[in-house]
Design a protein around this ligand. Structure first.
Ligand code: UD1
Length: 345
């Protein structure tokens, strides 16, 4: 793994592997390298640091993925793993899946079967290729199982539940105890909204980014925009300053502080996949700044709603949301099921 959400997904798997006294070699590609995008998650969640760090860093899709392929192939040849586990949908996932499949290694894909049905998203390409070269597909939800079935992959698929839900469900005490140290108190003492923007389709298209920043700044309620480095880089290269108004930027937060912020807010506005689900599980309404979502389960009771044009956000924020009586993301034992499935084989 190599990108922020993968450090969270790793946690419950690493715990189960450790409890069963199995050998686990954790390889970090180095895709995310800032301390607040990487190290903080290992420290906070108390996960052992990676055994190998390839230090690949940023680059175009081709150069980043190519460098990962070379480093991962060498690592797999020296480690000779029985299984290679890959997580989610990033360039690190794709590189590991392709490198391992060419060496005929068995691959387990954690968070398999998600589809946005939008092939312009680099993550969608990563998901499809990874699913098709993997030996065991661990689907977080019934809908993901259905997607895999539609692509002829059902014989390799297992409904495991969602590893991110495993972490969140076990973290409620830590979230409650956490103090909002890195967000000014003046922003969180009253009603506020949490926002994140980092999808290439929103950051790298000038008109889209301008419209999102303008809409957020005109909400009339304080918006805490937790800025991914991609957003900062895009604003700087496009010569965009923070519009005046209700919008305030803070640096990326650790896991517990981010979830505490979400839990304390009146709503989330995001283009992140993981955050849509975090908001759903914490009972906070979400607006997704995209035209589709790979987590349609979160649409239940209007808890999540799509706003591709970033227009009428105020109206959407004040919408009526229903009570959610079921959790489609599993009972917090996904990692247990995944490791057991590997052992059974
Ligand atoms: C990646 C994943 C995305 C995931 C997201 C989580 C791909 C294609 N996308 O997107 O699926 O949701 O991570 O965050 O793999 N940067 C830093 N410091 C860092 C990391 C990145 O400054 O620690 C900057 C770099 O300048 C880089 C930009 O952020 O160019 C984007 O990073 P990149 O790895 O290309 O993709 P993400 O947008 O983070």
């Amino acid at each position: 793994m190599g990108a922020r959400p993968q450090f969270i997904k790793l946690k419950p798997i690493a715990d189960v592997i450790q409890s069963k006294k199995l050998e686990h070699v954790v390889v970090h590609t180095g895709q995310h390298y800032d301390a607040n995008m990487s190290d903080v998650f290992f420290q906070e969640l108390d996960t052992a640091p990676p055994d190998v760090n390839l230090g690949v860093g940023s680059g175009s899709h081709a150069s980043q993925t190519a460098e990962m392929l070379v480093g991962l192939e060498a690592t797999f040849l020296s480690e000779k793993p029985d299984w290679v586990l890959v997580y989610g949908d990033t360039n690190s996932t794709l590189a590991a899946a392709v490198a391992a499949s060419k060496l005929n290694l068995r691959i387990g894909h954690v968070e398999s079967g998600l589809r946005s049905n939008n092939r312009e998203m680099p993550e969608e390409i990563n998901r499809i290729i990874t699913d098709h070269v993997s030996s065991l597909l661990f689907a977080p939800t019934k809908l993901a199982m259905k997607n895999l079935d539609q692509e002829g992959l059902s014989s390799r698929s297992i409904l495991s539940g969602d590893v991110m839900a495993d972490v969140l469900l076990k973290s409620s005490d830590a979230i409650n105890r956490t103090k909002l140290r890195n967000v000014p108190e003046s922003l969180t003492s009253g009603e506020f909204i949490v926002a994140t923007v980092h999808r290439a389709s929103n950051t790298d298209k000038h008109e889209n980014l301008v419209q999102i920043l303008d809409s957020l700044s005109q909400l009339g309620t304080d918006v805490v925009l937790v800025a991914h480095p991609r957003l900062r880089a895009a604003m700087s290269s496009q010569g965009l300053n923070l519009p005046s108004g209700s919008l305030h930027i803070v640096e990326p937060l650790g896991y517990f502080e981010m979830l505490k912020l979400v839990k304390s807010s009146i709503g989330v506005i995001t283009d992140s996949g993981g955050l849509q689900k975090d908001a759903f599980l914490l009972g906070v309404p979400c607006i997704t700044l995209r035209s589709e979502s790979e987590w349609p389960e979160t649409f239940m009771s209007s808890m999540n709603i799509l706003a591709p044009e970033a227009g009428n956000l105020n109206e959407l924020l004040r919408r009526q949301v229903g009570v959610v009586s079921e959790n489609p993301f599993g009972d917090g034992t996904a990692a247990e099921k995944i490791v057991q499935a590997l052992l059974d084989r």
